[in-house]
Design a protein around this ligand. Structure first.
Ligand SMILES: Nc1ncnc2c1ncn2[C@@H]1O[C@H](COP(=O)(O)OP(=O)(O)OP(=O)(O)O)[C@@H](O)[C@H]1O
Ligand SMILES: [Mg+2]
Length: 315
């Protein structure tokens, strides 16, 4: 449905997107992740036909964005980082305007607006002036204009940025409900968001793809190691040195002392029975083990791990 091949974008001599290739299958949601300045918005603007690539191709529903920009635009709904809202219009006026801009035939405009508003739950604010809406509702208006022409493909640039937790949840559910019918690329900095709503993840950094996988696959790629949190009643320094001498403990990630308790986060190798060894050695020392639990590695851990290992490679 979306095929991006060797896409490259230079701004003058600056290489913002460097030879990236990926695709998104019909009905799937792809999470596009990366730190600030990674090249996410640049890529999205090329895919939506707003900007030509320097090299490479982007094909949407079989249409090349450079050769057939109008065919592509007709099939794409785009929600930019800042939705292009005319804040003095009412929601209804603005969506009417957006519908005409997208060349929806006059007699179909009403139906298209009703459907979009129903999908993003905007019906109770139709007559409000946009500038009087809360940020979350403005985002919804941005989404409504993106889906009003019922595009096959949606490109959403950080759709939940700046929303409160309840609105974030609602907008995520909304996006999830749009998949299937629509193929979606969504950029975000919020890692749990990718876990929750995306089928695939592409991580980019400095314009290059550094990982391409499912959210689960990415988390599993870290599963050779596990992290343990242990809380022990004993002297911190001694507990730390005993723990780090235990077979299978790779490193101590955190160590804190409080009221005679020592709390450690350890990175351990799966191959060893580290939990058993630790509880034995602590009990031999006469230290009570107050807590021991496995800390699941989150997508956030994976992201930070990947960012730092690819920086190291560059050095
Ligand atoms: N019009 C432009 N002219 C020159 N450089 C630009 C232009 N637009 C973006 N860049 C540069 O290209 C790089 C990629 O920018 P881009 O906006 O694509 O990043 P991003 O991944 O969307 O970042 P963010 O998470 O901050 O939105 C950045 O270094 C940025 O400064
Ligand atoms: Mg951006």
């Amino acid at each position: 449905m979306i095929e991006i091949r060797n896409l490259t974008k230079r701004y003058g001599s600056f290489l913002a997107v460097d030879d990236i290739t990926f695709e998104v299958e019909k009905g799937k949601i792809l999470g596009f992740l990366g730190p600030n300045g990674a090249g996410k918005t640049t890529t999205m603007r090329i895919v939506t036909g707003f900007m030509p690539p320097t090299k490479g191709t982007a094909v949407v529903s079989g249409f090349d964005v450079v050769d057939n920009p109008l065919d592509v635009k007709r099939r794409i709904g785009y929600m930019p980082e800042t939705p292009p809202l005319y804040v003095d219009m009412t929601v209804e006026e603005y969506l009417n305007f957006a519908a005409r801009l997208k060349q929806i035939p006059a007699k179909e405009v009403k139906g298209a607006m009703e459907l979009a508003c129903e999908k993003v739950d905007l019906n109770n604010v139709l007559s409000k002036v946009i500038k009087a809406l809360s940020k979350g509702y403005k985002q919804r208006v941005g989404l409504a204009q993106a889906i009003i022409h019922d595009p096959e493909v949606l490109i959403l640039d950080e759709p939940t940025i700046g929303l409160d937790p309840i609105q974030i949840r609602e907008v995520r559910e909304l996006i999830r409900s749009l998949a299937g019918e629509h193929t979606i690329i969504l950029s975000t900095h919020i890692l749990p968001e990718v876990d929750m709503i995306c089928d695939e993840v592409v991580i980019i950094q400095n314009g290059k793809i550094i990982a391409k996988d499912t959210p689960d696959g990415l988390s599993k790629s870290m599963k050779g190691a596990e992290r343990l949190t242990v809380v022990v009643e004993g002297p911190t320094e001694e507990v730390s040195s005993v723990a780090s001498a235990t077979e299978g403990v790779n490193s101590i990630l955190e160590s804190t002392a409080e009221n005679g308790h020592c709390s450690l986060v350890l990175e351990c190798d799966f191959k060893f029975h580290v939990r058993k060894s630790l509880s034995n050695v602590f009990s031999k020392k006469g230290w009570s083990l107050l807590e021991m639990k496995v800390k699941e590695s989150t997508l956030e851990d994976v992201f930070i791990h990947m960012m730092s290992s690819s920086e190291e490679e560059e050095v």
